[in-house]
Design a protein around this ligand. Structure first.
Ligand SMILES: [Zn+2]
Length: 66
């Protein structure tokens, strides 16, 4: 006999070990405005736009839209 587990792994311990298998990676999409990778269904982190609309105020120096 080779290496044999000393005791049974309980359902909880087995599931706890495998919990990472059920995680999903964040859905990343390219921003249509600046092309930056951002979270889907969120305003873009770079330009603050969502659905072609400015939804988050930008802190950039070159602010043309105002
Ligand atoms: Zn963007």
């Amino acid at each position: 006999m080779g290496a044999v587990p000393k005791r049974k792994v309980s359902r909880h311990r087995r599931g706890n070990r495998r919990r990472w298998q059920f995680l999903t990676a964040p859905q990343l999409t390219k921003c249509p405005d600046c092309g930056e990778l951002t979270l889907a269904h969120r305003a873009c982190n770079q330009c603050g736009k969502y659905n072609g609309r400015q939804v988050v105020a930008q802190k950039t120096v070159d602010d043309e839209e105002e």
